[in-house]
Design a binder for this molecule. Structure first.
Ligand code: EPU
Length: 423
């Protein structure tokens, strides 16, 4: 297990290239199960979550080849069962159910376990499958879904915390091969849903309305192999932008889709930062003192919950009183205890963190609890006095490609050390 040591207090300058989106690539790779044809997916990031998904596809019988960001999958002959050992490492593995049901009319997939960012039910996914005519039962920790013939229907997919991203993906994939028309009301509007829909359309699916709250899918008899390039990772880009807001002296994120980052750039502008938006780049110029903020993490086009922890790191040293509320995952605040160990002044009540900015954070050994929490700790370490030691960095490798190298390319001093060499 690696640890990361961050030598704080160095300014960031220069340009960083952003990779393909993890949260787009995962369901798109799952969607390759929908066809016997060969699919070629490019700009696939080199992350452990992607590796888990490719292992799941291989276990299901797919031929998988991977070379420098390009993944080729051929799901000529597949089985429909993915048990605990195969899927337990990643919650997103539930998005294989939709394609398995669509193509084979059945799926047995282990129920995802608990999640550190809060309760993550899958009732909306299951409700969607049932509406399409699937019989669902739980047995031995597995979801057993059976639908000899899927039939289109109108399905409402919004829960008390908003729409479900992977639930929308799952139902859209199953409905692509159902009989008749499916209408998803209350659909998630995230760019990753739009990316999946555009891949499905290239495969021959008939889908309209992706990116709005109403998606209409007219089932087709068969889907075909297709080629697709994954959209840029807006959360990776946002994380570098927030780092630039913390200790940047002119940082450009390149190969991004600025329209996907509007809520992030608008929020950073409100702190008083100067931001230039290019066609596929965003530059953040550091300007004097920044202003406190009220941040509300909400479904797209709102401020992303996946950027909430990073904002807490920024606001920890922003003079004045800020609040950060997560309306999607109200318990996604594990990073606060670690930020407090570095000297941040934060109180949590319900789903709202109240942050009183302190002049500077101090380095400390800290523990990453989940992917975005670990990003927040790295951002805190970049500005802290001393050397911050981050444990359990495997969380960060799930969603950020070579983050230490990318930050070092901007002038940071981050070392990654194998635990065995620390003994
Ligand atoms: N929800 C339900 N029932 C369901 C599904 C979701 O009540 O059946 C609730 C959740 O508990 C949550 C809200 O609905 O309160 C939204 O959850 P959603 O289903 O949209 O989350 P997800 O699709 O499982 C994806 C991303 C997450 C990201 C969320 C929200 C992937 C692989 N994961 O998860 O990304 O936080 O959408 O935008 O796409 C991350 O990358 O760090 C990450 C956690």
């Amino acid at each position: 297990m690696d640890r990361i040591f961050i030598h704080g207090g160095r300014p960031l300058r220069g340009t960083v290239k952003i990779g393909g989106s993890k949260n787009s690539a995962l369901p798109i790779l799952a969607a390759t199960l929908l066809t016997r044809g060969k699919c070629t997916i490019s700009r696939v990031p080199d992350l452990s979550d992607i590796h888990y998904m490719l292992t799941i596809l291989s276990t299901l019988g797919c031929e998988v080849e991977r070379a420098s960001g390009i993944v080729r999958v051929c799901a000529q002959k597949i089985c429909t069962q993915a048990l605990y050992d195969t899927v337990r490492k990643m919650r997103a593995s539930i998005c294989i159910i939709g394609p398995l049901l669509g193509r084979e009319g059945e799926a047995t997939v282990s129920l995802p376990g608990g999640c550190v960012i809060g309760d993550r039910p899958i009732d909306l996914h299951l409700r969607g499958f049932e509406k399409l005519g699937t019989a669902i039962r739980m047995q031995g920790g597995n979801i057993k879904a059976l639908a000899p013939r899927l039939k289109g229907n109108t399905i409402f997919l919004r829960g008390k915390h908003g729409s479900t991203v992977l639930g929308t993906d799952n139902v859209m994939m199953a409905a692509a091969l159902a009989d008749g028309i499916t209408v998803i009301e209350g659909a998630a509007e995230e760019p990753e849903v739009v990316d999946l829909a555009s891949f499905l359309v290239k495969m021959g699916a008939c889908i309209e309305g992706a990116g709005t709250s109403r998606i209409v899918i007219e089932g087709v008899k068969e889907l075909y192999g297709a080629e697709h390039e994954i959209i840029p990772d807006r959360i990776e880009a946002g994380t570098f932008l927030v780092a630039a807001a913390i200790c940047g002296e002119g940082v450009t994120v390149q190969h991004v889709a600025p329209q996907h980052l509007q809520s992030v750039t608008e929020t950073l502008r409100k702190t008083g930062l100067r931001i230039e938006i290019g066609t596929n780049s965003i530059t953040l110029h550091k300007r004097g003192k920044s202003q406190p903020l009220k941040v509300d993490a909400k479904p797209h086009p709102g401020f992303p919950t996946d950027m909430q922890a990073q904002m807490c790191a920024l606001l920890s040293t922003t003079e004045g009183l800020s609040t950060v509320t997560d309306h999607i995952f109200p318990r996604r605040f594990m990073h606060l205890a670690e930020l407090k160990r570095m000297g941040a002044n934060i109180e949590l009540e319900g789903a709202t963190a109240t942050i009183r900015g302190v002049p500077i954070l101090g380095a400390a050994p800290v523990m990453a609890s989940d992917l975005r929490a670990s990003a927040a700790l790295i951002l805190a370490g970049l500005q802290a006095e001393g050397i911050t030691e981050v444990h359990r960095v495997y969380h960060i490798d799930r969603g950020y490609e070579r983050i230490d190298e990318k930050f070092n390319g901007l002038g940071a001093h981050i070392e990654r050390v194998k635990t065995s060499s620390l003994r």
